[in-house]
Design a protein around this ligand. Structure first.
Ligand code: MN
Length: 132
């Protein structure tokens, strides 16, 4: 069994790349091109993990994670921020806003899935640690 992962991202190329990489490892992806749709899909699908761009139309990633954390249905879903802004101090701001983790863009295709998987329960990971 592998996880269902919601990807909230307004840049089509970044979204397609993340979808491709996760699908290639057996994950089911759900996509949302803006913050409102991300919240809708989070409530409708209750994904195992959410990957969330910070700058999106309608609702920012910060607004999305805030709403998720205030709703009992979604408060425990891990949410990883992905942003092009990698200024010093961003990481603390992101983590204190309620995100569980933080990646900066551009996505690194060779590392992306390995970066995502620690945020999933072990039983839902497609890629096992070597030697197991
Ligand atoms: Mn964006």
């Amino acid at each position: 069994m592998s996880a269902r992962i919601l990807i909230a991202e307004d840049h089509a190329d970044s979204l397609a790349l993340m979808q491709y990489l996760l699908s290639a490892h057996g994950y089911t992806t759900i996509s949302a091109p803006d913050g409102e749709r991300a919240l809708h899909e989070a409530h409708a699908q209750l994904p195992d993990l959410i990957i969330c761009d910070l700058q999106m139309p309608k609702l920012s990633g910060f607004e999305v994670v805030s709403a998720l954390r205030q709703d009992v249905r979604t408060e425990a879903i891990p949410v990883i921020a992905v942003t092009a802004f990698s200024m010093l101090g961003d990481r603390e701001k992101v983590l204190s806003a309620g995100f569980n983790g933080y990646f900066s863009k551009p996505i690194e295709p060779d590392r992306f899935v390995a970066q995502v998987e620690p945020f999933l329960p072990k039983a839902l990971r497609a890629v096992r640690a070597s030697g197991g």
